[in-house]
Design a protein around this ligand. Structure first.
Ligand SMILES: Nc1ncnc2c1ncn2[C@@H]1O[C@H](COP(=O)(O)OP(=O)(O)OP(=O)(O)O)[C@@H](O)[C@H]1O
Ligand SMILES: O=c1ccn([C@@H]2O[C@H](COP(=O)(O)O)[C@@H](O)[C@H]2O)c(=O)[nH]1
Ligand SMILES: [Mg+2]
Length: 268
């Protein structure tokens, strides 16, 4: 099994530009920073490239992951899908997982990490998109402990709650948690347990915030900019992406009611 502790590689500078009054759906207070550093080579260790994909229910994680897979060939592991597959296979944890999902709560970390671990270790891929995980700080710590790895980058699909609720209620895939009661609970869990994880990665300089409002293609253009920056480390060849701009929260601290995020405007 591969094992590594991810490290942040050296940073390079480029000239920055400024966009004012950027506000996230979760009322992050954002101010602009002139620091414009990006990792030259995100991937430093021996393990696979890992990208966590976070965002509230219905923010479009799965939709965008499908496009990332198609464009950049990463292997997509949706934690929710792995859990739903476990329910369908009548495993010993099936009933507990089903009840947890119906309640919009979080399945014990050991169960989810073990499912992710099995998929990663049985795959030849060196580039993973892990969608909808970690859901909590406890999930995050369990992944680091069990896998001996951290994500190289984290994408956060930032979407207003009303839009997320509309999308989930119109999804029509027969999911047991696509109903208004469970969605409300999932949003509470997201704010209480997942936002702190997102902030953690912002502080670590690994978070890329994507504005998840717009058409699927408009949103993917922001994702494309992130992956264009990672081209050298992923061995990707993406023409026409020489000068893209994206927003990357660089530091976050949490006050009583608000999160404060400074943002780097990255030009490259
Ligand atoms: N930009 C968009 N505009 C409108 N609808 C969208 C957009 N992106 C995705 N959708 C639709 O919204 C619904 C939720 O999207 P998706 O399943 O990708 O979200 P998710 O973040 O994976 O949600 P969950 O956490 O519940 O799995 C789907 O029906 C999808 O087709
Ligand atoms: O890491 C995870 C991922 C998911 N869950 C549970 O599954 C549902 C659905 O997840 P989606 O990512 O929206 O498909 C989620 O609400 C949790 O109940 C989990 O416990 N841990
Ligand atoms: Mg999904």
């Amino acid at each position: 099994m591969w094992r590594r502790a991810a490290s942040l590689s050296p940073f390079i500078s480029s000239s920055g530009s400024l966009i004012r009054n950027h506000q996230t759906a979760y009322n992050f207070k954002i101010w602009e920073s002139f620091t414009t550093e990006i990792p030259t080579q995100v991937k430093g260790g021996k393990g696979p490239f890992i990208c966590f994909v976070l965002g509230g229910p219905g923010s479009g994680k799965g939709t965008q992951c499908a496009k990332i897979v198609k464009n950049y060939g990463l292997t997509h592991l949706s934690a929710g899908e792995l859990l739903r597959r476990e329910i369908a296979s009548n495993s010993e944890y099936g009933t507990t997982i089903l009840n947890t999902i119906k309640e919009g709560k979080i399945v014990p970390s050991e169960v989810t990490v073990s499912l992710i671990q099995k998929e990663m270790e049985s795959s030849d891929s060196k580039k993973f998109l892990i969608d909808g995980f970690p859901r909590s700080e406890e999930n995050r710590a369990a992944f680091e402990r069990i896998m001996g790895a951290e994500p190289d980058i984290v994408l956060f699909f930032d979407c207003p709650e009303e839009e997320m609720v509309n999308r989930v209620l119109n999804r029509n895939e027969g999911r047991v948690d696509d109903n208004i009661d469970t969605v409300r609970k999932r949003l509470q869990v997201f704010k209480a347990l997942n936002l702190p994880v997102i902030n953690y990665y912002a502080r670590r300089g690994k978070l890329y915030t994507i504005n998840a409002v717009g058409t699927v293609d408009e949103i993917f253009e922001q994702v494309r900019a992130v992956f264009a920056a990672l081209k050298p480390s992923l061995g990707l060849d993406i023409p026409g992406m020489e000068s893209e701009m994206l927003w990357r929260p660089a530091f976050t601290s949490q006050g009583d009611d608000n999160f404060f995020v400074s943002v780097q405007a990255l030009c490259f």
